[in-house]
Write a protein that binds this ligand. Structure first.
Ligand code: AMP
Length: 216
């Protein structure tokens, strides 16, 4: 099973992907996670990406395509994968199409998660992350607060707002999404494998995605 998950930042792609990887025994390929690992590991690629990420801008397509080309050929991708946060621009979608055809692979489902902007803003600004790089536990001030405000339950370090989750960076990320990523909906809309589904509830949208894939 090979899937593409589309949706604004904070639409819940990561949560839905977790359920789908378990169901289909496939891997989640999140370019955001790959970039954050590169930043944490202090690699040259991480150093190049960090500034863009902190400003809520997209990392250049050439960097992303290099990352993905390597990753798609790893042995753990053979049983299938979910692309989460990629492609993010029309040129990335075109490069992906060429790459998949070179590798002889096809996509079984392209799913767009629909979530109202107000919900997205509230979700993203309410997230807190443990500042200890070895812990990085995630909290939400409304739905999953730490026992003591501002302190991580697991390791006792301070919980903080990620640099790209401040109000300013989130505004920028949503603007970038509207300009660069939302056009992918029109790009993919006519594909038989495309579906756009309301995604307020992670479990419900997961069930609708499975139903769509099994109908096909
Ligand atoms: P995410 O966790 O998917 O929201 O990604 C966090 C940040 O990583 C984004 O705001 C971008 O700066 C960068 N990023 C992730 N995926 C991509 C991509 N496919 N193309 C360009 N930049 C990306």
């Amino acid at each position: 099973m090979r899937l593409i998950l589309l949706g604004a930042p904070g639409a819940g792609k990561g949560t839905v992907a977790e359920l789908l990887i378990e169901k289909y025994g496939i891997v989640q390929l999140s370019t955001g996670d790959m970039l954050r690992s590169a930043v944490k590991a202090g690699t040259p690629l991480g150093a190049e990406a960090q500034g863009y990420m902190n400003r809520g801008e997209l990392v250049p397509d050439s960097v992303i395509m290099g990352l993905m080309e390597q990753r798609l050929q790893s042995p753990d991708c053979e049983s299938g994968f979910i692309l989460d946060g990629f492609p993010r621009t029309i040129p990335q979608a075109e490069a992906l199409k060429a790459m998949l055809s070179r590798l002889g692979l096809s996509i079984d489902g392209i799913i767009n998660l629909e979530v109202p902007r107000g919900v997205i803003l509230r979700r993203l600004t309410s997230r807190r992350t443990c500042s200890n790089p070895d812990c990085q536990a995630i909290y939400n001030i409304y739905t999953k607060p730490s026992k003591k405000e501002g302190v991580c339950d697991k390791c006792g370090s301070a919980t903080i707002q990620r640099d790209d989750e401040t109000e300013e960076a989130i505004g920028k990320r949503l603007k970038t999404y509207e300009e660069k990523t939302a056009p992918l909906i029109d790009y993919y809309r006519s594909e038989k494998t495309y579906a756009s589904l309301p995604a307020l509830d992670g479990r419900e949208v997961y069930e609708n995605i499975v139903a769509f894939l099994e109908r096909r």
